[in-house]
Each structure stands twice: as structure tokens, then as C-alpha cells.
Design a protein. Structure first.
Length: 185
């Protein structure tokens, strides 16, 4: 019982870490990355479609993203989707390839992005704490039903807390690494 609760909590906390990593990958750092376009959705025949399903995304230079649509007629759709997105980048195209130049970040923008990273890390911590709360609630229910003893309940609390501390620490490290990457000039 205790192992099942702990295993479920670990899986859900892993999910929170993966969500944080993908969330932070979409934050611009002054360097070109295909992950910047992960959240850009193109209205393709009435359904939102990710850019990477309509085009090949390459990084020919450290500050340039090249997007080559599979179908040249999709250039306008992709370009409009990028303009509508919150990336703050202006695409240029030559009829075959869309180019996104990543500008150097200003000091103010770096601080804003660092705060944004901090907020997202805090949201992920809250998600992990919610998993802890659910796991502890399950343990209490097991104890009320007589499936585990009070000693097992205490042991379960301790193990879930250790797990929570481990994941919160991992998220803090991920956030600190992202902030360091953003602040790098």
C-alpha cells in the first residue's frame, strides 16, 4: 500500500518536472532554439496545428531560426501565427523559408524573463505540494479503513515528505539553471 502511494506520487511529480522543463524551454534566452516555436499554433484548415508539423525547423546560426514549410503555400499561415504569438519576433520570408532573427536581450527583458521563470517554478512547486497533499490524504484514508497502522501512516508521511523535498530541490535547480542561461550575456 505505502509503496503504491509513493510510486503514484513519484510518477505525478515526474510529470510536474517534465511540464516545468517544457514550459521553461519555450522561454526565449537570446539564443535560437526550436523549442521557442513549440507553443505556436497555426490555424491549418480550421484546426490548430503546431509549426513543427507543417515545417522543418533548423538553427543555421546561433541567433537565427529557419522555418522551411513542407508546402510553400503554408508560408503565410505560419508567418501570421508567429506574428500573433507572444514571442515578440518578426518573421521575414523569401517565398520558401521563414527566418526569425533572435535579438539580443536587454537587461530589463532579462530581469522580466527571470521573474517569469521564478513564477513558473513556483507553480510547479505548488503542483508537487498538491501531489503530496493527495498522497497524504490517501494514506489517511487507508488508516481510517484499517488497511495500515498508525506507524505505517507516520512512515508514509515521512517518505512522501522526502520525495516532495527531492522534487522541489530538483525544480529549484532547473529554475536556477534557466535563470543563469537567461542572464548570460
Amino acid at each position: 500500500m505505502l509503496d503504491d502511494v509513493q510510486q503514484e506520487a513519484r510518477e505525478r511529480m515526474d510529470g510536474a518536472v517534465k511540464a516545468l522543463q517544457s514550459d521553461l524551454a519555450a522561454i526565449r534566452t537570446g539564443r535560437a532554439s526550436p523549442a521557442l516555436l513549440d507553443r505556436v499554433q497555426v490555424d491549418y484548415f480550421g484546426s490548430p496545428t503546431p509549426v513543427n508539423q507543417l515545417a522543418v525547423i533548423t538553427i543555421p546560426e546561433p541567433r537565427l531560426i529557419a522555418i522551411r514549410p513542407f508546402s510553400p503555400s503554408d508560408i503565410g499561415l505560419i508567418q501570421r501565427a508567429i506574428l500573433k504569438s507572444d514571442l515578440g519576433l518578426t518573421p521575414s520570408n523569401d517565398g520558401r523559408v521563414i527566418r526569425l532573427t533572435i535579438p539580443q536581450l536587454t537587461e530589463d527583458r532579462r530581469r522580466d524573463l527571470s521573474k517569469q521563470v521564478g513564477r513558473r517554478v513556483e507553480e510547479a512547486r505548488v503542483a508537487v505540494r498538491n501531489v503530496r497533499r493527495d498522497a497524504i490524504s490517501d494514506l489517511r484514508d487507508f488508516e481510517k479503513e484499517g488497511l495500515i497502522t498508525e506507524d505505517d501512516l507516520r512512515l508514509g508521511y515521512d517518505k512522501i515528505q522526502e520525495l516532495t523535498d527531492e522534487y522541489v530541490k530538483r525544480m529549484d535547480e532547473i529554475g536556477e539553471a534557466k535563470i543563469a542561461e537567461i542572464m548570460e550575456v
